[in-house]
Design a protein around this ligand. Sequence first.
Ligand code: C2E
Ligand code: MG
Ligand code: MG
Length: 531
Amino acid sequence: EISACLVGSEMCIRDRSRALKFIIVVAFMTAIGPVLAAIYLAREQGLATEFERVTSYAQSVADRSDRAVDQMVAAIDALVAANNDDPCSDTMLTQMRQLGISMEFMKVAGAVSGERMLCSTLGSHEEGLALGPPDSVTPNGTQLRLNAPVPFSSETPYISLERDGFIAMAHRNQAVDLMVNQEGVLFATFDPTTGNIRTGSSEVRPRWANAVDNATEAAFVDEGYIVGVVRSGQVNVTGAIAAVPARYLDERILTFIWVLLPIGVVTAIVLTSSVIYFARLQVSLPTQIRQGLRRNEFYLEYQPVVDLNSGNWVGAEALVRWRRRDGRVMQPDEFIPVAEHSGLIGLLTERVIEVAGKDMGTTLRDAPDFFLTINLSARDLQSGGTLEKLMVMARDSGARPGQIVAELTERMLVDASAAKSVIKAMREQGLRVAIDDFGTGYCSLSYLETMQFDCLKIDRLFVEAIDTEAATNRVVLHIINMARTLDMKLIAEGVETEAQANYLKSQGVEFAQGWLFSRAIAPDEFLKGLA
Ligand code: C2E
Ligand code: MG
Ligand code: MG
């Protein structure tokens, strides 16, 4: 569609601007797509990394909190196990001190009676230290205080566990005193059953604790923080929260962008330039064909047509080639359709006839039975000038018109009445007409009867099917019989094996061409072969 537009008809201009819009849209998408993808990936990567970090922070807090609880329980167990009648005896006080020194989190151990601490790691407390009522009591009777009073340390809040007349305390913030190399990170522990914050920064939002209602861990972004929440799996008595300011996420994303964006940009450049390259190639192909014609870049190769009975070369098919300026040779399937759409096929056919006359003129004159077939396109029939040019070529080279065979394809016969009159005119002038690629188009049989071809070329498709199980392998017989009925000569195309040649010969097919005999070859090589 894009290449169709060279002639300045109104339809073509519309097609062309539509194609251009399409190319612009595709190019825009290939330019913007990879860049957006890179940014998206960087964000996803950044989030994943920060989520992982913040959950591992929260996990550390939970672990430390669990360890503190374990130590407090261990201290109480040790004191209970001592089984001393006097819980504040010297031996007991020594043991309390040893416990306080040997444990990392458990700082103060003591003996309690009726909400008063009688003695502790810190010595004897005369009439006792008022502890106040517990904040909560666990099913096994352990009393939890979130703000246990400790002498000499009224500023530092302690958390305590009390059971069987003994109490153990740990510095409340020690579990959440995590050293991390980021600033402004919030930590907290909470009671997973109630969701109440126990210790930690006051900026921690209580609702964050709810994130692990149905899970053991969660990570999300909320109110300028990347938040990680975990529930301690070990004892399920502690939940922990860590929250990193969201600006660290932006930094992280930025570092990923530095890696991914260049890849995205390079991909975009490669994709977009290939879109533009191929689009230009397509859009400008007609222009290039025009230039190619001017620079004589089109030449012909000839494929021999062989008499199946004698094995002699009795004719040739002219097949056009295009040697580009860069040396690359383009096959007709790549440019004939473009030339047809862009209205250049007339000029191309003219050139083909001209070159064929130069290459084969002498041969045609010297061998009056030798014939040359030339492929035509639909437009060549409409213009009418083609007949004239073929006649001039025959005359100039001193050949009989009957030595020139015009190859038409079924697709060209759609406009039946126009085709019919041209074919009639050609035959009246003595030229011969062949139907090419028979069986691959949509020719109705009645066309064949009314149009009077001299020759039918059996398409490669049916020749290939000989000796196979394919359904097409029987069609070839019908084609042969029909051609015979309509008094047409037969040329089988694309004969590649001895078996195909023998079969066709046994069925009375006169001529064949194909790689079994020869490929299309340069004219001088052809003339040598013919000699
Ligand atoms: P076509 O007229 O049916 O030409 C036969 C094609 O089959 C040629 O391809 C030829 O090289 C190929 N061929 C020959 N023997 C064998 C074989 O044994 N096995 C196989 N696999 N292929 C074989 P080519 O040269 O690429 O031409 C393709 C088509 O381009 C032609 O099909 C014809 O329709 C068109 N064409 C070629 N030259 C011209 C021209 O000058 N003018 C126009 N309008 N069309 C042309
Ligand atoms: Mg042909
Ligand atoms: Mg053919």
